[in-house]
Each structure stands twice: as C-alpha cells, then as structure tokens.
Write a protein that binds this ligand. Structure first.
Ligand code: HEC
Length: 200
C-alpha cells in the first residue's frame, strides 16, 4: 500500500504551525538549553531548585561535564520517557547502535512520559500535593511533547557538542568565542555536510 503513493513530506509539529504561533517549518533543530530550560526556569525551579528540590528532582540549568543538571536528572530517572540506549552512553557505557529490538507502538515518547502525564493529568497521584496539570500553557506542553517525541536529546545536531572546558574564554586561543559554546545551530548548519566555522 505504502508503495502506491508518493512519499509524505515532513510536516511542522503542532508547536511549529503558523496558527499556533510557530514559524511553519517542519525542519527544526531542537536544542535543550534554549528550547526546554527556559520553561523549567520560569515554571519549575521555584520548587525544583538547588536547595531541597521538591520530590528530590532538581531542574536548574547549569552546565555539567556532559550536558546540564536538569537534563541529566530527567535522563537518569527517565522521567521524560524511556530513552533509546544509543543516546544514553553517558549512563550505560557506549553500546553503539543497540536499537534493534522490536518495540510495539507507543513504547517510547510522550505516551510513556511521566513528565508529560504529570503536566497534563490532574488526578495523577504525584499531583496530590502540588498540582502540575495547570502550570504550563498549551504551547509549552506542545514544545515539551515535540522534544520528548524526538527522544529528548540535548543537542539537535552533532555540531556544537562541546566539552565543558570550553565554557569560558581560552587565554591560549584568543580566537575562541565563548558565545560558540554549545550554541544552537540553524537548520541549514545542522544538515550541512561541512561543520560550521564555530564548531571545534
Ligand atoms: C509548587 C511547587 C512545584 C512546582 C512549581 C513544580 N513542582 Fe514538580 N513536584 C513538586 C512536588 C512536591 C513533587 C513531589 C510529588 C510527589 O512525590 O508526590 C514534584 C514532583 C515532580 C516530578 C516527579 C518526580 C519523580 O521522581 O517522579 C516531576 C517530573 C516534576 N515534579 C516536574 C515538574 C516540572 C516540569 C515543573 C514545571 C513545569 C514542576 N515540577 C513544577 C512540586 C512542584
């Protein structure tokens, strides 16, 4: 059946549709520090901060060796959903492309996300003390769902993955721009064959 029609073109996700305030483009570079962390800073860190974080979950965004505090907390506890092992080599050692087993539909992503369930289902047991189901706008939930359904990665592209040693200016290399540390690539840069000039 699928072979009898032309291939479908990728369509914008709900948060990228023009009628919802997006730019109407299907090609997006989803970048955790600029797409997800600002939502956590605005709506979550008042309770999930550095001091006695609620539920033992800290959602602050400072840079860590690999990613950031909130990202590693969510990933370690697999709270945004189950993670495909090839992306969690920082937790389990590099198992390469160990993604070959058959998975039934809805085994990954938002249908299995504790985070999304807590943020949308009022009678979730963990909402008894503090209700999370009305904290976010519909747009913020859509942005989180898009990130979760793309296997909640940190970098949207290979380019720009930087070790934490590059967070500050480099006295030995005055040409290095700290603004290039883990910066968000444009879609054109992300799909280009050659690395952008700021990648090192
Ligand atoms: C008013 C305080 C408060 C705010 C604001 C808040 N939370 Fe929570 N959160 C809690 C408490 C308290 C718990 C522990 C609930 C429990 O274990 O029953 C919790 C638990 C959680 C859990 C479950 C942790 C686990 O290990 O199962 C997640 C995920 C979570 N919060 C995410 C968020 C996100 C994302 C935001 C922002 C959109 C947020 N929270 C905002 C108080 C808050």
């Amino acid at each position: 059946m699928a072979l009898r029609r032309a291939p479908s073109l990728p369509q914008p996700q709900p948060c990228d549709r023009v009628e919802n305030g997006g730019d109407g483009l299907p090609g997006q570079v989803i970048h955790y520090p600029t797409d997800i962390q600002p939502i956590l800073d605005a709506k979550c860190v008042s309770c999930h901060g550095a001091e006695k974080p609620a539920g033992g979950l800290r959602l602050t965004g400072e840079t860590t060796l690999y990613y950031s505090t909130s990202y590693e907390e969510l990933a370690r506890k697999e709270l945004a959903g189950p993670i495909i092992p090839e992306f969690t080599s920082f937790l389990h050692g590099d198992r390469g492309n160990y993604n070959g087993a058959y998975l039934p539909p809805r085994s990954l992503g938002s249908p299995k996300s504790t985070l999304l369930e807590l943020l949308t289902v009022r009678d979730h047991p963990k909402n008894a003390q503090d209700d999370h189901s009305a904290l976010l706008t519909e747009m913020e939930v859509m942005v989180l769902a898009r990130w979760i359904d793309s296997n909640y990665q940190f970098y949207g592209t290979y380019f720009g993955r930087h070790h934490a040693q590059w967070v500050n200016a480099d006295p030995n290399n005055p040409a290095y721009q700290p603004a290039d540390f883990r910066r968000k690539a444009t879609f054109a840069e992300a799909v280009d064959f050659l690395a952008p000039a700021w990648h090192r």
